[in-house]
Design a binder for this molecule. Structure first.
Ligand SMILES: CC/C=C\C/C=C\C/C=C\C/C=C\CCC(=O)SCCNC(=O)CCNC(=O)[C@H](O)C(C)(C)COP(=O)(O)OP(=O)(O)OC[C@H]1O[C@@H](n2cnc3c(N)ncnc32)[C@H](O)[C@@H]1OP(=O)(O)O
Ligand code: FAD
Length: 667
């Protein structure tokens, strides 16, 4: 079966056209599965089309040749154009559509609204009282003000309990006095803080009558709304260039006894009364919900980052010909090499798996916020926190690896910024650090795992949450030929064994006299291993669940091939645990390897269409190698010619230094 639809265009590189003809499924239908619904997939296409009709948004100059100032200016120009068309382009206040719009038009390198959309508005939604929302949320949504999320300090990011910025309540004036007592207390890193934002959510230690109540969120005006000058008492600026995200002005911020009204403490869940009495929130960590929100998005967002890199690498691999197989009259597409497939296809499977997890965790967060805000029900917080802590860590780690493999799969041209993969990599791996450093978050996930193991050991398995239920599963012999459930069983045994081993080690150190904290640190590597296995089990099960639910037969068949690849690849990747514990035999290992290799062959004809299904436009991809028409070589040449270095034949550096040096050498 072939799909002679809009995907195929006669002017395209014939090798790519051939790939699209071999697809066994419809890419629009696949897009519905990727983006969670027919409606949203269609809306994305519609938005992309509308953008393509706005001349001022068509890419003019490659970002790679721009300075930071030029990148920031270009992003602001594009935001201004978008603002003029906002209501025609997307449904107002639809977060997913706004994210898509920004990604498509502005690209990866950051922009003044990145944190406004992802953290400032969500914090107002989850933490501000109705009255406070009335005052600020509408203005924020209309983009009359620009906000960011200022939590991390120069001295502390992971350990929030030691944040040094203080918000001391003054009952006589009914104000909070924000202060930065030391250099290490300077806010440092917040995106869009340095130059763009005029408001911020500031996390500061709430102090009332000399008592510290820990970090709380405050809304703070930083700059004059007319002049954009910092308000007196505020020091703010940009922290300088970074590994990527250089179109973003991550910033620093200091307060010198800066006063804000009492009503600027976000008070949906806790309150400070005029006399200074404090009303506790229903859950101690409710103030951390914006972080959970971003973490709950990260499987989706990282999946899309990796998808972008893989679209580029897979399309390029289908047009790049190098070397021979059987037919010595024509060189082969590098995509036909087994090593190339092994390098790329497992990451394609992970992209799909991560996105399916993201669709689930985004919904879980929305449900949680509804439960908390409507019914004061915080019972889902602990589970979502441990799930998203593990997930963000595992997903960002593998995304970084997958993107780097995609770069290498493009050979020399992958290293050129014309591929855009280096930018995608730089942006994606920031996710290993932001929203909770990966080791720190794996250890948060481990806290829940250890508690669950302790419940089993204490004879209370009925108290386990559904995600932990596998910890009670007995050891069994498994026949892998029966299908995905067999793989799940083996994975469960491996994850269970590691969770028990790590907990046992923790307890052993404690019995020997170490405090829990010291014993925890001595067991930390084993604990993080347990968290990774636990999370990878969740990813695997989510992938299976999602594929089972698909109704389109051809889409389901293509994804079943990817799922099989994922199951075999994952199990092989953790085989050392299984072999050491006698869970798997070497004969089973051979079976898994053979299954893996035959999956690569099955996926090969669909590889390009599996990536086309993400329906990224060329504008969004910004990659010469990943162009949808596959005309790589002539465009690489055009791209190189547009380098500022090529705007003159002889550079001033040659006239000033090299020529005189060569002349001197002749003497
Ligand atoms: C969306 C992005 C889209 C695209 C990307 C493009 C553009 C975006 C550009 C930039 C990046 C975007 C965002 C980045 C923004 C940031 O980075 S904001 C800063 C983020 N900072 C962190 O994540 C800090 C990490 N640290 C923490 O979260 C906490 O300090 C901690 C959880 C590690 C520890 O907190 P403590 O208060 O010390 O708690 P504890 O004593 O260790 O734990 C006590 C119990 O509380 C449980 N717990 C902790 N947090 C939560 C929570 N959020 N919810 C529920 N429960 C929680 C903890 O597990 C303990 O439970 P026990 O049962 O074991 O006691
Ligand atoms: C691109 C980017 C954007 C960002 N945007 C924002 C933003 O908008 N707003 C904001 O507030 N912040 C932001 N941040 C800051 C970010 O959230 C922090 O950098 C992050 O939470 C890590 O904290 P840290 O820098 O203190 O790392 P550290 O905690 O200093 O980490 C250093 C090392 O110490 C280890 N470590 C620390 N604590 C423990 C522990 N308990 N157990 C074991 N190991 C530990 C870590 O694993 C790591 O290896 C951003 C950062 C980046 C890179």
């Amino acid at each position: 079966m072939s799909f002679l639809n809009k995907e195929i265009c006669d002017g395209d590189n014939p090798d790519l056209t051939e790939e699209r003809r071999t697809a066994t499924f419809d890419t629009d239908r696949m897009a519905q599965v990727i983006y969670g619904s027919e409606k949203f997939a269609a809306r994305r296409r519609q938005i992309t089309k509308s953008i393509s009709r706005i001349p001022a948004l068509q890419d003019t100059k490659p970002l790679a040749f721009m300075t930071r100032e030029e990148k920031i200016t270009e992003a602001c120009r594009e935001l201004d154009v978008l603002s003029d068309h906002w209501e025609q382009l997307i449904y107002v206040n639809d977060e997913e559509e706004a994210l898509h719009l920004h990604r498509e038009v502005i690209g990866m390198e950051g922009h003044p609204f990145a944190l406004h959309e992802t953290m400032f508005i969500p914090t107002l939604v989850s933490q501000a009282s109705d009255e406070q929302q009335e005052k600020w949320l509408g203005r924020a949504r209309k983009r009359e003000i620009i906000g960011c999320y200022a939590q991390t300090e120069l001295g502390h990011g992971s350990n929030l309990r030691k944040l040094e910025t203080t918000a001391t309540y003054s009952p006589s004036t009914q104000e909070f006095i924000l202060h930065t007592p030391t250099i290490t207390a300077l806010k440092w890193w917040p995106g869009a803080l340095g130059k763009s934002s005029n408001y911020a959510i500031v996390m500061a230690d709430l102090v009332i009558k000399n008592k510290s109540y820990g970090p709380h969120p405050f809304i703070v005006q930083l700059r004059d709304e007319k002049t954009h000058q910092p308000l007196p008492g505020i020091t703010v600026g940009d922290i300088g260039p970074k590994m990527a995200f250089n179109g973003a002005d991550n910033g620093f911020l200091g307060f010198d006894h800066f006063r804000i009204p009492r009503g600027n403490l976000l008070m949906r869940h806790n309150r400070v009364e005029p006399d200074g009495s404090y009303l506790k929130p229903p859950h101690a960590k409710i103030g951390y919900s914006s972080m959970v929100k971003v973490r709950s998005r990260m499987a989706m967002d990282q999946g899309l980052f990796m998808a972008q890199a893989l679209v580029i690498a897979v399309r390029y691999s289908a047009v790049r010909r190098q070397g021979f197989l059987e037919d010595k009259s024509q060189e082969v597409k590098v995509l036909d090499y087994q090593t190339q497939q092994h390098r790329l296809f497992p990451s394609i499977a992970r992209v799909y798996a991560f996105i399916f997890c993201g669709l689930e965790t985004i919904q879980l967060y929305e449900k949680l916020i509804l439960d908390v805000n409507k019914n004061g029900d915080t019972s889902g917080m602990a589970d979502l926190h441990s799930l998203t802590s593990g997930l963000k860590s595992v997903v960002t780690h593998f995304t970084g690896q997958g993107i780097e493999q995609a770069r290498m799969a493009c050979g020399g041209h992958g290293y050129s910024m014309a591929s855009y993969i280096s930018e995608i990599y730089g942006v994606a791996v920031a996710g290993c650090t932001y929203e909770g450093e990966n080791m720190v978050m794996l250890l948060q996930c481990a806290r829940a795992l250890v508690k669950a193991v302790e419940l089993v050991e204490e004879g209370h398995p009925e108290k386990l949450s559904p995600m932990m239920a596998y910890l009670t599963k007995p050891s069994v012999t498994v026949d892998l030929t029966v299908g995905p459930e067999a793989y799940v069983k083996i994975f469960q045994l491996i994850a269970k064994k590691q969770a028990f081993k790590a907990t046992e080690q923790l307890h052993k150190f404690m019995v020997a006299g170490d405090s829990r904290d010291v014993a925890w640190n001595k067991s930390a590597v084993e604990l993080t291993k347990a968290s990774r296995l636990h999370t990878r089990l969740y990813i695997l099960k989510t992938f299976i669940r999602r594929v089972e639910s698909i109704t389109d037969i051809s889409v389901k068949a293509a994804l079943t091939d990817l799922l099989n690849l994922h199951l075999n690849y994952e199990l092989l990747d953790v085989a050392s645990y299984a072999l050491a514990d006698g869970i798997m035999s070497s004969t089973q290992m051979d079976f898994i390897k053979n299954q893996l290799y035959s999956s690569l062959e099955k996926i090969r004809p669909n590889a390009v269409s599996l990536m086309d299904s993400f329906q990224f436009s060329d504008l969004q991809l910004r990659s010469v190698l990943g162009r949808r028409d596959g005309h790589v070589y002539q465009n690489l040449f055009e791209w190189a010619k547009s380098s500022p270095l090529n705007q003159s034949e002889v550079l001033p550096s040659v006239t000033q230094y090299l020529k005189p040096m060569m002349e001197k050498s002749k003497l």
